[in-house]
Structure formats: structure tokens, C-alpha cells
Design a protein around this ligand. Structure first.
Ligand code: ATP
Length: 240
């Protein structure tokens, strides 16, 4: 569904990604793990067109998208739940969610039933339902993180990129976010998940890649990565 080949990207003269290759097959959850500064967010930005790749190919459902503008990539069905609290703070929760559906209304994909999807997003995130008329900027950090995720789902996407969905959340909300990811997976959603909580990410994922200094240093079925001594030591707290 999403195929990334030999991707290179960076900022100005600084190259961050040195040719990474990642396959995200339809209906699977693929996780990208790695320590701070490894290039995980940069990978997400290069896929979604927020920064232009300097080399390599990105294909979404067989269509080359590398170098496209972000809005065009969204219209093709690739949703991004960015790291941090990237919501429209002066708009209500409901309006933020409706904006998430906007690219599909102006693109060539099936428009679907926005009202139905809004109800579904509210059901997936009961906290947002309770606060649907509240301005997004007044939500807690964790709630804003959930809103960013729910807004991505509103695109009714072919693939969702989730960048650190658990960041800044209290443990109980981290569990809730991973339950939601599992539920989306069981409904057939294709996802690329970036997470610092490597153990939780490998529990929900089918396959994982380890990114180190802008290069893929290991990859494999999630189950086998969980048992890989080097991965355990570096990312699963096994070495300490
Ligand atoms: N806008 C930017 N301008 C210049 N350098 C940047 C920018 N954003 C990130 N970088 C640099 O690119 C490298 C990779 O950063 P990136 O955010 O992709 O890492 P990450 O794996 O997502 O880390 P973290 O887990 O800490 O979020 C870092 O060295 C970072 O300082």
C-alpha cells in the first residue's frame, strides 16, 4: 500500500535520512522505532510532503508521490497524525474533525458519509465526544494528541501515519491509544506507527524497522524483533 525505497531527506545541507526502505502492506501495522534524533519524524515528514525528499521513491497504492505537495498526498488518502499538539486551537473539536474530512471532499476518492464518520470518530474517542464543542486549544495535551489522531481517521484514509501517538499521555491514556490502534487494525486499517514505547508498538505491529542515525539497522516480524537481543538492550529496557 505504501512503499518507500532508498529515501533520502534532511534539512538544508544536513542529510538526516541516508536511503531508507520501508514496506507497509495493506491491512498491516508497521512500526518504526529508534532513539531520539534517529530520523523517525523526518521520515514521516518526507512521506507526507512536509519536506521534499532529495532522493528515493515513495509509492502510495502504486502511484508515485515523492515530492508532491502535502494537500495532494492527503487527497490521495494518506493521513498524518503529527507528533505534538498540532490542532487548530481556536476551532472546536467537531470543526477540527470536520477539517480532517475536507481533503476527501475535494479529491477524486469516494467522498463517503462524513456525518457517519464523525459519529464513529466520537465513538472511538469518548473523551472527544464529551468535549465536542470545546475549543481545541483548551483541551489537555493528551486530549489534543487524541484529536490529532481522530482528525487523521476522518480522512477515511488508505494509510495512516501515526507519529508518537502516546507522547505526553498519562499511562491510562497510553493504554487507551493502543487499544484504539488495535481496534483500527482489526477493522483493516493500514498504519505506519512511530513510537518511543517500542514494546507497546511491537505488540500491536506485524513488522518493525529500527532506525539508527538515518539508516535502517534492523528489521523483522514484530515477534522476532521483540526477542532480538540488540533490540531488547537498546529499545526495550533489556540492557539496563
Ligand atoms: N526542522 C529542522 N531543521 C533542522 N534539523 C532538524 C529539523 N527537524 C529535525 N532536525 C534534525 O534531524 C534529526 C532527526 O530528527 P527527527 O525529529 O526526525 O528524529 P526522531 O527520530 O523523530 O526523534 P524524536 O524521537 O526525538 O522525536 C535530528 O538531528 C534533528 O535535530
Amino acid at each position: 500500500m505504501l512503499s518507500i525505497k532508498n529515501l533520502e531527506a534532511g534539512y538544508g545541507k544536513v542529510k538526516v535520512l541516508h536511503g531508507i526502505t520501508i514496506e507497509v502492506p495493506k491491512g498491516q501495522v508497521i512500526t518504526l522505532i529508534g532513539s531520539n534524533g534517529a530520523g523517525k519524524t523526518t521520515t514521516m515528514r518526507a512521506i507526507t510532503g512536509m519536506i521534499k525528499p532529495t532522493a528515493g521513491d515513495i509509492e502510495l497504492d502504486g502511484k508515485k508521490i515523492a515530492g508532491f505537495e502535502s494537500y495532494k498526498i492527503a487527497k490521495l488518502g494518506l493521513a498524518h497524525s503529527p507528533e505534538g499538539r498540532r490542532v487548530f486551537s481556536t476551532m472546536s473539536v467537531t470543526d477540527n474533525l470536520l477539517l480532517g474530512a475536507f481533503p476527501r471532499l475535494t479529491g477524486s476518492r469516494p467522498k463517503g458519509d462524513v456525518k457517519h464518520d464523525l459519529d464513529r470518530a466520537m465513538d472511538l474517542f469518548p473523551r472527544l465526544k464529551e468535549r465536542r464543542n470545546q475549543l481545541a486549544g483548551t483541551l489537555s495535551g493528551g486530549e489534543q494528541q487524541m484529536l490529532a489522531m481522530a482528525r487523521a481517521i476522518m480522512l477515511n484514509p488508505e494509510v495512516i501515519l501515526l507519529d508518537e501517538p502516546s507522547m505526553g499521555l498519562a499511562p491510562i491514556l497510553v493504554d487507551e491509544v493502543f487499544r484504539i490502534i488495535s481496534r483500527l487494525k482489526s477493522e483493516g486499517m493500514t498504519m505506519l506507527l512511530v513510537e518511543q514505547f517500542a514494546a507497546a508498538a511491537l505488540n500491536v505491529a506485524d513488522y518493525g524497522y529500527v532506525l539508527e542515525n538515518g539508516r535502517i539497522s534492523a528489521q523483522g516480524a514484530a515477534e522476532s524483533l521483540k526477542n532480538d537481543p540488540a533490540v531488547k538492550a537498546a529499545y526495550l529496557g533489556g540492557g539496563h
